[in-house]
Design a protein around this ligand. Structure first.
Ligand code: ATR
Length: 270
């Protein structure tokens, strides 16, 4: 029986066990997927234990996505470029490969929710943290070469843009101006998430053909997306990114690339 897990701290709110259990059942596979709480100081020992116990692999979440890099044997190109690992595959010889599937989640969700979207026009990315990094990587892989990153802390936007040329950085105050010719606006910040302040942006300057993508999924219907709907703009919600990033991880652990169905979406949003 194949075993997989998600490691992090805290870990009780993770949706990953629910998602993987749904697929194990749906595809009639014998396997297990559990949440394992591992604190930062115990990461090396915790990972060693999982490998020793014969796990096929594990997902990695806060706060280990960067610190796991020095513990794996090698990185796939995406994890290396994004400088973060969310999936570790344990090979039969016990060696570990670090991968990143967040960019896949972002791209697949955009393709499935806004199939007509073309990455040719300017893209405005709000935020410059870990999620933004995987998203800028995803957008460039999709062919977007006009990416502007706006972030509260300008220095973080500059650092991210410098790592992904020809992306450029702009201060947060420039947002109204940046929206004027944006084809896609992506919120990668935690603003609008339950318990966080709202993302207070007036979408009026966006062109009528613009798409608005919010990676926040709790709530699904964020204030940003509600505003976009009032303007009749195309919207992309965040739940698909969470679900799609889990698909290639499931395939690596259990051998089947799973699909997303309505039952799964309902379970995750419940
Ligand atoms: P994640 O991995 O989810 O991207 P992160 O790396 O902590 O998390 O990044 C959070 C992002 O949300 C950052 O871009 C952060 O801006 P700063 O670089 O200025 O910290 C942004 N963010 C968080 N709270 C914010 C707020 N109140 N206003 C504006 N941006 C905020």
């Amino acid at each position: 029986m194949k075993k997989a897990a998600v490691i992090g701290w805290p870990i009780q709110h993770t949706k990953s066990p629910l998602i993987h259990a749904h697929w194990l059942e749906k595809y009639g596979l014998r396997g297990s997927y559990e949440a394992v709480a591992i604190q930062a100081d115990d990461l090396k020992e915790g990972v060693k234990r999982l490998v020793g116990e014969g796990y096929s692999g594990f997902n990695v979440t806060v706060p280990h996505k960067q610190s796991i890099i020095s513990l794996v044997d090698y990185l796939r190109a995406d994890a290396e470029r994004i400088a973060a690992v969310n999936t570790v595959v344990v090979n039969p010889d016990g060696s570990m490969e670090g991968r990143n599937t967040d960019h896949f989640g972002f791209t697949e969700n955009l393709k499935s929710r806004a199939p007509e979207y073309k990455t040719r026009g300017p893209v405005v990315v709000l935020g410059a943290g870990g999620a933004a990094r995987s998203i800028v990587y995803a957008l460039q892989n999709m062919g977007a070469n006009d990416i502007v990153i706006a972030n509260r802390t300008y220095a973080n936007a500059r650092a991210l843009a410098a790592a992904f040329p020809p992306a450029i950085a702009k201060p947060w105050e420039a947002i109204p101006d940046l929206l004027k010719n944006a084809s896609l606006l992506v919120n990668t910040t935690s603003l609008g998430m339950k318990g966080q302040p709202q993302l207070e942006i007036d979408l009026a300057p966006l062109p009528d053909h613009a798409t608005v993508y919010d990676i926040v999924y709790n709530p699904l219907d964020t204030e940003l997306l509600r505003q976009a709907k009032r303007r009749n703009l195309k919207i992309v919600t965040g739940i698909g990114m969470l679900l799609h990033q889990a698909r290639p991880a499931f395939e690596a652990f259990f051998g089947t690339l799973p699909d997303i169905d309505d039952d799964l979406i309902k379970k995750v949003l419940a």
